[in-house]
Design a protein around this ligand. Structure first.
Ligand SMILES: NC(=O)c1ccc[n+]([C@@H]2O[C@H](COP(=O)([O-])OP(=O)(O)OC[C@H]3O[C@@H](n4cnc5c(N)ncnc54)[C@H](O)[C@@H]3O)[C@@H](O)[C@H]2O)c1
Length: 323
């Protein structure tokens, strides 16, 4: 299959491209490089610099490339920034998908795999099922939910087939170490812990140890980026084989507490951490039920928490060695 990966120069999109190429498919990348990197684009992928809000950029790609499936990763994703700049988030994330769907309709491209997020569940706590209530608590989550709904309505009206994936905590790097999470201003637990191990940060602060969990720290579901990326290959194949449009969680069905993550990192390399006060809006436990993805895609995440940590550490060490 020939897949257009919109946002394929970003963290997750670049991993999807690597998995597609490994699986014998062709990848075309469209990216405006607003938060992506040319270094992350697979050398065998065809690259177009362009913006998904600009119909002419999409026309150029669809006129030149026969596309079977579109994968969409092109979003602004920083929650605090979305609180300050909601209109920017709506413009990029929602308008970007509207223009993309209109171009797909015009060029008769029927299949889309869309990246969504556990943020659509808002303050839910416990094990999230796809049919649970969606109630985002920030503009970022709202924009992703708006895109989900737009894709569902457009599928009904215009005959698109879609898979919407809601990701939980994504981390790690490709086994080749050619690609990984590049950003400096990281906020996610695993890369922050590893930056601490590598001396880029002074210490890791764990926000709260008085939650109703086994050790008092929050429980989250971690998924290796390569497992996540491979699910997209399966999702695209599923659509081409006539699979019914679906929304699916991508997580591990398993939770680790923040303290367990810190201790796992510490077993691999010494980590300095302390306990701070709770952060506003952090639910005690957030775990994905991944039964749907297992059932419909036969997808099983293969990497352990330790694999995730070790691969992120190896990638970050490699970044540090670069002149
Ligand atoms: N990283 C996570 O932990 C996480 C968790 C849940 C969901 N997601 C979703 O996964 C997707 C990818 O996230 P990521 O972590 O790879 O982010 P990222 O910032 O690394 O990648 C996004 C890519 O899209 C590009 N882009 C953004 N707006 C664009 C536009 N208008 N036109 C063309 N290209 C544009 C950027 O340049 C970048 O290369 C997002 O949709 C996000 O909502 C990510």
């Amino acid at each position: 299959m020939r897949v257009l990966v919109v946002g394929g120069a970003g963290y997750i999109g670049s991993h999807a491209v690597y998995e597609l190429i490994r699986d014998g498919h062709e990848a075309v990348v469209l990216d405006n490089l607003s938060s992506g990197y040319m270094d992350l684009v697979h050398p065998q992928a065809v690259f177009y610099k362009g913006d998904t809000r600009h119909a002419k950029d999409l026309d150029l790609v669809f006129d030149n490339e026969p596309i079977d499936v579109v994968m969409h990763f092109a979003a602004k994703i920083v929650v605090p920034e979305s609180m300050k700049e909601p209109l920017e988030y709506y413009h990029n994330n929602v308008e970007g998908v509207r223009v993309l769907l209109a171009a797909m309709k015009k060029h008769r491209v029927k299949n889309i795999v869309f990246s969504s997020t556990a943020a659509v569940y808002g303050e839910a706590t416990g094990i999230c099922q796809e049919e649970d209530e969606t109630k985002p608590i920030n503009p970022y989550g709202e924009t992703k939910l708006a895109c989900e709904k737009m894709i569902e309505w457009a599928s009904l009206a215009h005959g698109f087939n879609h898979v919407i994936f809601r990701y939980f905590n994504v981390a790690g790097a490709d086994a080749s170490l050619e690609i990984g999470l590049m950003k400096d201003q990281l906020t996610h637990l695993i890369p922050v812990a590893i930056q601490t191990v590598l001396g880029i940060r002074e210490k890791l602060t764990i926000y709260g140890d008085d939650y109703p969990t086994k050790d008092g720290t929050c429980i989250r579901d971690y998924i290796h980026v390569s497992d996540l990326a491979y699910a997209h290959v399966l999702g695209a194949r599923y659509l081409l084989e006539g699979g019914k449009s679906q929304t699916m969680n991508l997580g591990s069905n398993q939770g680790y507490s923040v303290l367990e993550v810190a201790q796992t990192v510490h077993q691999i390399a010494p980590l300095k951490y302390d306990i701070g006060p709770r952060r506003e809006g952090d639910p005690a436990t957030l775990i994905a039920s991944n039964d749907r993805a297992r059932q419909h895609l036969k997808w099983v995440p293969e990497h352990t928490l330790e694999d995730i940590i070790k691969s992120d550490m190896a990638f970050r060490e490699k970044l540090n060695r670069k002149p």
